[in-house]
Structure formats: structure tokens, C-alpha cells
Write a protein of this length. Structure first.
Lengths: 743, 420
């Protein structure tokens, strides 16, 4: 077997294994087989063309040609959502790529099957293969061959919040080691030469020895790595993180359900996705998830801790659970999600598969995060309706939920315009419920129009666009605007995503894909999370009874009543504290403290590291300033200056000559420039005199000693390069070397 | 494990550094899966270093070169007998014998068996391409890992000596040469020149001249002893070898100096075989072949070969030293000059060598045929002039072009004589 054959085969194996590491990204493993065909084709090209000793350029061109051809051919067999049979092949190809990118952007991993994604994956893996082959066989740098496959490995490793696991690591490690072993075999095969007779049988081949040595080395290395990988701690310092989430057993980061929201609302054909039968008379809102966190990026998920079990814990904040339970049987049709659609607040559920719940939000999530598990699932749930009495709610104060550190925090960078708007709208209302009702009424007023084409933007910008500029949006804008304003006025809030109750027919309720919806939930003491409905009636029907105060407050429109503007600032400081006198102010404080604490730990560790790094330099500088301070008896000063010169020479990597001071002075003077060598001779003479003269007569040159020493130091440093200088400063060798005592 | 860092190759060091950085960054960022990659990069060189440095080699090595002395341009055969006793280390053993470039490429081989004990004989060809003394070895054992992360070189101590001598050609006897002197015989008598004084006597045999009875020995031995015949003349030849580097040209074994040295050695050995005493004068002076009287001719032969093996081209530009020392030395029968590129001055000074010798023979090498580039017109004229000067002074001169054998040149000298 030739050297190039071994390399090509090793590279092929390596990339084949590497492409298995990206399977967690998508639910469709079909790309693996397609990629393997491509990888094999490219590898065989490399093998064949290098066998007939074609140059790298030719091999590379052939490989690229194969990749392009394969990618195009593959695209013709795939279906693009935006092109049909009539479109030319290049437009079809481009549209597949566009669709794939859009799919990846909007979908959480593992992604649902998509032809565009498949095309992209196969093409990228082909590129990785070409790159790896180029590194190994083309430019002969097999050690670098870890880079391209590791890129594939890092996408799920950094992109997914969970640990990609040992198997994935083993794929990469074994593939890389295969390349290195191929190189080792090539090296040993080249080694034997110039022999005329050899009594050994296997003339020049050392396959068994190489494989044996590779086994001795690779097996302990991989096993040790895996063991150490579990044993070593990871710190997750704030501000240092990259990728998302921890590698260990930390809480789970879930996908953002709002990503699907607009896409589903815009589905070209409306289709039923869920059917359910329920004992609730008006149907139920089926909630997927709640987004508790508000920051500059808008509303988002936080990491949650999942617990397993069929019965859910107590409903947060609800003082007395109503006795009446609703039983709902749900059949999911063509819909997939990591979240189990449930009416709020669920009490028990029965569903096949590994479903777990979060005690805070009562959302139920697939433990394996396999969205496919929901498809065609039939399950039942018992729930209670949170339908507070309007008057009771009016008396309730805004509560403090368990996760107030997230759900009650007003982001410090929230634009003032939004804060002022919230205060202005709620200026006339006196209770939290009334304020909430005022916000909802404001949003449901005819100033706002429902539109699935809001101004582009995200985070605060989207909120400002919606509330202050074009006042167009769909449920997500309405819900997030209301939740934001509720938070501003002191009510903990979150945005829930799910489905509207849908349409009723004789069999039960039918929920279509366009029924996907987002709504705010506000937290009131003794009532828990209460659903509000700011989205206009054209979509959602009438607002829930408890969310409507009375006609007056609903009509309190700031633009219609300009006089409320000046009073807003005066009233809001007075009203908000009165709502939650004890609880509210300390909530943001806790969040800041916690975050500040972690920052402090991080900064502390960084400082300690810096201090350790700087310690040698500090010691050295202090020693120098002590030597050159010009105090003490003349003899000691001279000795100190002499020692300083010696240490400087050592610091800059020089060697200190042996012999008498005069001999050393002469030797050093040779190395230095003219002026410095003169100073060197003078210092040497001083040392000689101070050591050996009966009475030390320095002849007045003591005053110049520090200056001369500095000059010599400059002279020693002059020829050194930057690296040497930095090393001399940070790691002075004189500190670490036990210098011989001079006589 | 005294210096593990030194064990590592560049790749190994790179792995450790990059691996540590990756591990630290991944730890800080909480990316356990990335950390594993870094750990692997660190673990590989560390484990390799431990495996390789822990390994104790239990190997024996015998080595020889056959033959240990060859004429220039002859092949040799190096042999290494390698024995292993005990467990092989968990590494790949690459072996390389250090062979001077003049003798050939460095043979390399590797241990391809993982057995406990074995014996292996490895032979490799050598070619004496350059005259001189060389030593091969020691054998280097390089322990590496299959991933190229560590490398540990160890050496055996044994070396083998080899001597590449000038090429020596048996020469035909030139009958006319010896007879030119004071005796009428063509060949000098073979006389024992070694041993004590009594070696010069022998038992009396019928017919011996009474005057040759050696009475003192007779008295000591108790029977009649006669003196053996003593030589009337001293058979000796002086060889002037032009060893100036400026007078020669050509590459490697084809250099004209090699031809000249080969000729000098062949002629020297030839005369020693015939019982002559010889002395060789090279550009820097005599080579002290016959420094001590009474040594055996085979010892002298070895001395000739050894001295000429070590001869290096001289930077001297004249043959002054050679001529001076040859003139000062005792006179003899023959002066033989083997000259490279000459000029008239060289020729004139060479004439002085023959002043106290019966015959002068000269081989003038045609350097142009040896050299890659032709000599200048002036050089050629000078060379021809020098040859003419020698001929005019009763030297027997032959021009030797490249490709002519030493024996042919020697025979040609004889034919020249008969022709003359």
C-alpha cells in the first residue's frame, strides 16, 4: 500500500466519523448516507489521482468538481418549498440553500427534516473532506487535520446547550488518530533503506509494531481523556462563556417557541394540528411554554430544572385551588414541539414518552428534547382554570413569585420612552389589576391594528416600533408589550406561547396551525399567574372577564386625554410602591447582587492569575530598586550594583563570566557598546577596589553608580528582541537560578 | 523522565501547549465537550513520553565491516548483528547506522517484531569512494511513537574502522631499469636485511670460497661458516609524487591525483617486492618510508599503503620541498616522477633529482583529460615545455591521459626505453 493510499483512506474514515457528530443537530439522519457517498467519492479521487502522481492542483480541482456536481445532482432530487419543476436548476439550487438557511435560523435543534438543510449539510461535509485531504495529502501537515473535522464537532458542541457526549468525542478522536497512524505507518515504511540483506522476514514493514504501539498509546489516551473529562470541573465563569449552556449536568436550555410563532401564523394553508375534547365549556388555551426573561433581546427562555413525574406540584401563587378540575384529551396531529401543549394550570397528565415538568412554570418538556415525540401523540390532562373573580382580583396586590429574580426584574437598560408610556397609561388606575386592565384596554383599543407584518426589529426596538410608531403587530407584539408594561408598573409578568382554544365542532375542538398565539400572564398574590389578552378581538374574541375593569378605565386613552401626561410622573412613584410596599424594591436588588457576585468571583480569579503572573516581575523590580536606592555603606552599594548587573545579564539570557571582577568586567565590556563598556570597566574597578583594597576609596564615583548601572542595563538589553525583553521582565531567570555566591 | 520536555518533538510540544490552552478555556467557559478535545491533545504526548522514557532497551549489537581495508573504488559489506533479550518497549524502534558520506548512505532499518528475544543480521553495502580512513557507527536507536509526538535517541558505543587505500596494480618488471647501474645484474640479489649480524653468515657448503669463511662465527658455532655475499650497490628508487592540489583536477575517484597516488603506491610496492629500498617524496617533503633500515619489505609495503592512504592534496605551489629532500637523501638507482600539471620551472627543478641517480622516469599526467574544463593555452604550452625539458635531459617521459592504467603506463615506459 502506498503512502498516499493510506492517507486518503485515513482521511475518508476520519471525515465519515466526523459527520456523525453533527447528527444531534437534525432529526433527519438521511444526510449521513449521502455524505458518506460524497466522502468516499472524494477520497477515492484523491487515492486514484495521487497514485498516478498528479499534482495537488489537479487533485484539488477534481475534488471540487465532484463536490459541485454531487451537490447540484443532489439538489435536483430534493424539493424546495419555493420553487417547482419549472424553475431553472440554479434558481432551484439557490432556493434550496435559502430555505435551508431559513430553516436553520428558525428551528431549534434537533431540527425537523428539511431538504435544504440536508443539501447544506452534505455540501459542507464535502468541503470539510476536501480541506482535510488537502491538509494531509496536499500540504503534508497531518497534525493539522484535526481542524476541519473538529469544526463539524464544535457546531453541536458549542451550539447545543447539552453535552454532546462521549460517543461524539470518540468519533473525532478515532478519526484523528487514524490520520496520525497513517502518517506513522508512512514514516516507518520510508525508514528502511540501504540494506543488502536482512535476516528478518517482514522486510521493511513494521505494521504490527506500529499498530501495537498505537494501541498502547491511543487506548489509554482516549480512556484517560474520557475519565478526566468527567472528573475535571468546568467553571462557567460569567462573561467567559462561549456557545450556549453548560457541558455538564446543569439545567436545560430550551428552544424559544416564539421562533415558530410567526412562521406558523403565516402558513400558506391552514391545517388542523390539534384536536381535543374537554369538559371546559369554552375550550382551553393550550400553552406550550412561558418566556419569563425580559432583556435587550426581548422575551426569552431561561434555563430550567426538569423533574419527572405525572403529577405537577402546587400551582405557584394560587392560595386555594378550585375544586373543579377540567379533563382534556388531546390528539396532536401534524405538529411537533419539545413542549407538551397543556391548558394552564395542569395538575396531572398522562402522555407516552419521557416528559418532564418544570415546577416554576408548570411547562412540560420532552426530556430528550425530541420534538418528533409529540407528533401523533394522544394524551390526557387534568387542569384547573385560573379564572379569578373580577372584584377579588381588583383587591389583589402584585405578588412575588418564586422566580421573581427573573419575572419581576425591570431591565436597567429599558428605554425611558417605554417606561413613561407604561406609567402614563396606568396613571389613572389605582390597583394593580386596574393598571393591568388599563394596559390591556390600551392595546385593544383601535389605535392598534393586528398585522403579521410589523416593522422589523427585535428586543426593545421592536417594542418601541410597536407601541410608539406603527402600532401594528400580531399576538407576539401585543403580548410582549403588555408583559413589559406590567413589569414596569410592578407586576411580575411573563409571555406564554401556545394555542387559542380553536373552533368547536360536534366532536370537540379543533386547533389549527394559525391558532398559534402568545399572551401575557401576570402574577397576583393569591391568584398566581393570570392570563390576560391584549390581542385585538378580531383574533381572540372578547377579553376574559377578569381582565376588564369597567368601561371607563378601558377607555382611558392617553392620547385622547392629554391632561394625564403631566400627572404621570407625579403619580407613578406614589402608586407603584403602594402596590407592593415590601416586596418590590428588593427584587431587582437580588438579581444584581447575584450577578455581581459571580462577576466578582470571575474578576477575583482573573486577578489571582494576573498576580501569579506578575509575581516574578514584581519581586525582581523590588529587588532592583532596593539595590539601586543609593543607601547604605559604599561597599554594599557596589556589591548590590554588581549583583544587579549580573542578574540583568542572566535575565536577558546571557551567561555571567567566571573570574575576578576585572576579568568579568573585561569580558562584559567586549559584549557591550563603547560607552557602556567604559561604565562596565569602571564598575568592575569599583568592585575590585571595594573587595580587595585596604580602605575603599571610590574617588567620588559612588554618585554615578546607579546611573552607570542603569546604562549598563540598557546596554545589555539593547540587542535583545521583544520576546526576550518580555521574558526578562515577566520571568527573570535570575530569580529562578541559584546564582553562585561570589567570593 | 528527567527532561520530559526534551523528549517531545515539535509536534508533541505543540500538542501539549494547544491542549492546555483549550482545556483551560473550555473549563472557564463550561464546555465539557470541547475540554475533551484539549485533554486528548495533552494526554497523547504525555502518555507517549511516559511509555517511551520508561522503556529499557535490552539490546546487543555486534558490528563489523568486511573487508576492513579495500582499495579505492571497491565495495565493502557492513554487518550488524542485533540481539534483543526481553520485552520490547511500547514504541517503534528505528535504527540508523552512521556511515560517512564517503562510503555510502546511512543504512536504516526498524524492529518489526514484537517478540521477546530474537537475533537479527543486517547487512548493508558500502563503497570506498574516497581514499582515507573512516569509521562507521555507532548504531543509533531511535524510539518513537506512531503519532510522531516523542523521540528518544540512544546510541551504542561500538564503531568499526575501515581504510580505503589507493588502488594498487601489479606491475610488469622492467628489465632494463635495474641494470643501468653499477652492477651488471638485472636484479639485485635478495639479501636478508633483517636480523642480527649472524644472519649474514651461513654454513659452509661445498665449493664456497675459502676467503669467504667468517672465522669469528666459525669459532662461535664450531663449524665452518661463510659470509653471505654482500651487495655492491644499494638498490633504491626515489619516487617524486606531485601532490599539489593546483597540479591536479578531476572529480572524486577520477581525480588525477588519485591516479598519481595509485601509480606511486603500485610502483612503490613493485620495487619493494623486488628488494629495492624506496622513498616517496611528495610536495611537502619525504614520506619516510625507509626511515629505519632493516625493516621487512612487507612492513614497508604496509607503510607505503598507509602513508599514501592518508595523503591529502597540498596547497604548496612548487615541488621545491620534494626536490630538495630528494636531492639531500642518499643517491640511488632510480628517480621516478609522477607529475600533474607542470611548468618549465617545475621541470628544471626536477632535473636536480636525477643528478645523483642513474635513471629518471617521468609520468606526466594529461590533466586536460581529467578536468572538466580545459586548461588555458599558457598552461598547456608550459606543460609541453616541461615535458620537453625532461626529455632533453635523458628522462624517460610518458604522457598519461585519463583512462590509461598504471600498468599500461609502466609498460609504456619500458617500451619507450627499448625504442630509445
Amino acid at each position: 500500500m502506498r503512502a498516499s493510499d493510506r492517507s486518503a483512506i485515513a482521511v475518508t474514515i476520519s471525515v465519515m466519523l466526523a459527520c456523525l457528530t453533527v447528527t444531534p443537530l437534525t432529526q433527519d439522519p438521511g444526510f449521513v448516507g449521502l455524505s458518506w457517498v460524497l466522502i468516499t467519492a472524494i477520497g477515492a479521487t484523491s487515492l486514484g489521482l495521487r497514485r498516478i502522481r498528479l499534482t495537488n492542483g489537479v487533485v484539488l480541482s477534481a475534488q471540487v468538481a465532484i463536490l459541485l456536481f454531487y451537490s447540484l445532482a443532489l439538489s435536483l432530487t430534493l424539493v424546495s418549498p419555493t420553487s417547482d419543476l419549472g424553475t431553472p436548476w440554479f434558481e432551484h439550487y439557490a432556493s434550496l440553500w435559502g430555505a435551508g438557511i431559513e430553516h436553520m435560523r428558525t428551528q431549534a435543534s434537533p431540527m425537523e427534516p428539511d431538504d435544504g438543510v440536508k443539501l447544506i449539510f452534505v455540501t459542507v461535509i464535502g468541503m470539510i473532506m476536501i480541506l482535510t485531504d488537502l491538509l494531509v495529502s496536499g500540504v503534508g501537515r497531518p497534525a493539522w487535520a484535526i481542524a476541519p473535522p473538529a469544526t463539524l464537532f464544535l457546531v453541536p458542541a458549542l451550539g447545543l446547550s447539552t453535552d454532546t457526549g462521549v460517543i461524539s468525542f470518540c468519533f473525532i478522536a478515532i478519526g484523528y488518530l487514524a490520520i496520525l497512524i497513517a502518517e506513522g505507518l508512512n514514516t516507518t515504511a520510508r525508514w528502511t533503506r540501504g540494506l543488502s540483506r536482512d535476516s528478518a522476514e517482514g522486510f521493511g514493514t513494521a505494521m504490527p509494531v506500529v499498530w501495537r504501539a498505537a494501541g498502547y498509546l491511543a487506548v489509554p489516551a482516549i480512556v484517560g481523556t474520557i475519565v478526566l473529562g468527567f472528573a475535571l470541573p468546568t467553571l462557567s465563569l460569567p462573561g467567559l462563556g462561549f456557545g450556549t449552556g453548560p457541558g455538564g449536568n446543569g439545567p436545560l436550555q430550551l428552544t424559544d417557541p416564539t421562533l415558530d410563532l410567526r412562521r406558523n401564523l403565516l402558513q400558506p394553508e391552514d391545517r388542523d394540528v390539534i384536536q381535543y375534547q374537554t369538559t371546559a365549556p369554552d375550550g382551553v388555551y393550550l400553552r406550550l411554554a412561558s418566556l419569563p426573561q425580559l432583556n435587550a433581546n426581548g422575551w426569552s427562555n431561561v434555563q430550567i430544572q426538569l423533574e419527572s413525574g405525572q403529577s405537577l406540584p402546587a400551582i405557584p401563587g394560587l392560595s386555594s385551588e378550585p375544586g373543579e378540575r377540567q379533563t382534556t384529551t388531546i390528539q396532536v396531529l401534524d405538529f411537533s414541539s419539545q413542549y407538551l401543549p397543556l391548558p394552564y394550570a395542569p395538575r396531572t397528565y398522562e402522555a407516552e414518552g419521557d416528559w418532564r415538568f418544570d415546577a416554576n412554570s408548570l411547562t412540560v418538556v420532552n426530556a430528550g428534547r425530541r420534538a418528533q415525540d409529540l407528533r401523533r401523540l394522544t394524551y390526557s390532562v387534568e387542569s384547573v382554570n385560573i379564572e379569578p373573580d373580577s372584584s377579588e382580583l381588583n383587591d389583589a396586590v402584585a405578588g412575588t413569585p418564586a422566580d421573581a429574580a427573573v419575572t419581576a426584574v425591570i431591565p436597567p437598560d429599558l428605554p425611558d420612552s417605554l417606561v413613561q408610556l407604561a406609567n402614563r397609561i396606568t396613571a389613572d388606575a389605582d390597583t394593580p389589576a386596574a393598571k393591568a386592565a388599563a394596559i390591556q384596554a390600551h392595546l385593544r383599543s383601535n389605535q392598534f391594528t393586528y398585522s403579521t407584518e410589523p416593522l422589523p426589529g427585535s428586543g426593545y426596538e421592536a417594542l418601541q416600533n410597536f407601541l410608539l410608531r406603527d402600532r401594528q403587530g400580531y399576538c407576539e407584539q401585543f403580548a410582549s408589550a403588555m408583559a413589559m408594561m406590567a413589569r414596569v408598573i410592578g407586576i411580575p409578568s411573563r409571555v406564554s406561547v401556545g394555542f387559542l382554544p380553536g373552533e368547536r365542532d360536534e366532536e370537540g375542538w379543533k386547533v389549527s396551525i394559525r391558532d398559534m398565539h402568545a399572551w401575557p400572564e401576570l402574577y397576583f398574590a393569591n391568584h398566581g399567574w393570570v392570563r390576560f389578552e391584549p390581542t385585538p378581538a378580531s383574533v381572540t374574541g372578547t377579553a376574559p372577564s377578569w381582565t376588564v375593569q369597567n368601561e371607563d378605565s378601558a377607555e382611558s386613552d392617553p392620547s385622547a386625554d392629554p391632561s394625564s401626561e403631566p400627572t404621570a410622573d407625579e403619580l407613578s412613584p406614589g402608586t407603584a410602591p403602594s402596590v407592593a410596599p415590601n416586596e418590590q424594591p428588593n427584587v431587582p436588588g437580588q438579581g444584581v447582587n447575584a450577578r455581581g457576585g459571580r462577576t466578582l468571583v470571575g474578576a477575583g480569579i482573573a486577578l489571582v492569575l494576573l498576580a501569579i503572573l506578575a509575581a516574578p516581575a514584581t519581586l525582581r523590580v523590588r529587588r532592583r530598586s532596593g539595590r539601586l536606592n543609593g543607601e547604605g555603606p559604599a561597599e554594599e552599594q557596589v556589591e548590590a550594583a554588581w549583583a544587579e548587573i549580573r542578574d540583568t545579564v542572566l535575565d536577558y539570557g546571557g551567561s555571567w563570566p567566571e573570574g575576578s571582577p576585572r576579568a568579568i568586567g573585561d569580558e562584559m565590556a567586549h559584549r557591550l557598546d563603547e560607552e557602556e563598556s567604559e561604565s562596565m570597566s569602571r564598575v568592575a574597578t569599583l568592585v575590585e577596589r571595594s573587595r580587595y583594597a585596604r580602605s575603599f576609596d571610590h574617588g567620588g564615583s559612588m554618585n554615578e553608580l546607579p546611573a552607570m548601572t542603569s546604562e549598563i542595563r540598557r546596554g545589555v538589553a539593547a540587542p535583545a528582541d521583544v520576546r526576550r525583553r518580555v521574558m526578562a521582565l515577566l520571568f527573570p531567570r535570575s530569580l529562578f537560578r541559584r546564582t553562585p555566591r561570589e567570593p | 523522565m528527567s527532561r520530559p520536555w526534551r523528549l517531545l518533538t515539535h509536534r508533541g510540544r505543540f500538542f501539549v501547549l494547544i491542549g492546555l490552552i483549550v482545556v483551560l478555556v473550555a473549563m472557564a467557559a463550561g464546555q465539557r465537550d470541547v475540554m475533551r478535545l484539549g485533554l486528548l491533545l495533552v494526554a497523547l504526548p504525555v502518555i507517549a513520553a511516559v511509555l517511551v522514557s520508561r522503556a529499557r532497551l535490552r539490546m546487543s549489537c555486534e558490528r563489523s565491516i568486511e573487508p576492513a581495508q579495500v582499495p579505492l573504488g571497491s565495495p565493502m559489506k557492513g554487518q550488524i548483528i542485533l540481539g534483543q533479550d526481553g520485552i520490547l518497549p511500547a514504541g517503534i524502534l528505528l535504527l540508523e547506522d552512521s556511515v560517512p558520506r564517503e562510503l555510502g548512505t546511512q543504512p536504516r532499518f526498524l524492529v518489526d517484531r514484537a517478540d521477546q528475544s530474537w537475533r537479527r543480521v543486517v547487512e548493508y553495502p558500502l563503497l570506498g569512494r574516497v581514499r582515507g580512513r573512516f569509521s562507521t557507527g555507532p548504531l543509533t536507536v531511535r524510539t518513537v511513537d506512531p503519532f510522531g509526538l516523542v523521540q528518544l535517541d540512544r546510541r551504542f558505543v561500538a564503531t568499526s574502522e575501515v581504510m580505503v587505500t589507493p588502488r594498487i596494480v601489479p606491475l610488469p618488471t622492467i628489465r632494463t631499469i635495474g641494470g643501468g647501474g653499477s652492477t651488471g645484474e638485472a636484479r639485485p640479489h635478495r639479501v636478508g636485511v633483517v636480523g642480527q649480524d649472524d644472519a649474514l653468515v651461513r654454513e659452509y657448503r661445498q665449493g664456497d670460497d675459502v676467503r669467504r669463511i667468517h672465522w669469528r662465527s666459525t669459532a662461535r658455532w664450531g663449524e665452518l661458516m661463510v659470509r653471505r655475499e654482500e651487495q655492491a650497490w644499494d638498490p633504491s628508487a626515489s619516487i617524486v609524487l606531485d601532490s599539489r592540489s593546483s597540479a591536479h583536477a578531476g572529480r572524486g575517484m577520477q581525480n588525477s591525483l588519485e591516479w598519481a597516488i595509485s601509480a606511486a603506491a603500485s610502483i612503490g610496492i613493485h620495487f619493494l617486492d623486488d628488494g629495492f629500498g624506496i622513498e616517496i617524496y611528495e610536495a611537502d617533503g619525504p614520506m619516510n618510508i625507509t626511515g629505519t633500515m632493516g625493516q621487512h619489505s612487507s612492513a614497508s609495503q604496509e607503510l607505503v599503503i598507509s602513508r599514501l592512504t592518508d595523503l591529502r592534496p597540498r596547497q604548496t605551489t612548487t615541488i621545491h620541498h620534494a626536490v630538495e629532500s630528494a636531492t639531500v637523501d642518499r643517491p640511488g638507482q632510480l628517480a621516478i616522477a609522477i607529475m600533474g600539471r607542470m611548468n618549465a620551472q617545475d621541470a628544471n627543478s626536477l632535473l636536480r633529482v636525477r643528478r645523483n641517480r642513474a635513471q629518471g622516469l617521468a609520468m606526466l599526467l594529461d590533466i586536460d583529460t581529467f578536468a572538466d574544463e580545459p586548461s588555458t593555452e599558457q598552461q598547456r604550452v608550459q606543460h609541453e615545455l616541461a615535458g620537453q625539458i625532461l626529455r632533453d635531459n635523458q628522462w624517460r617521459v610518458i604522457d598519461v591521459p585519463r583512462g590509461m592504467g598504471v600498468a599500461d603506463a609502466w609498460s609504456a615506459l619500458e617500451q619507450l626505453n627499448t625504442a630509445a
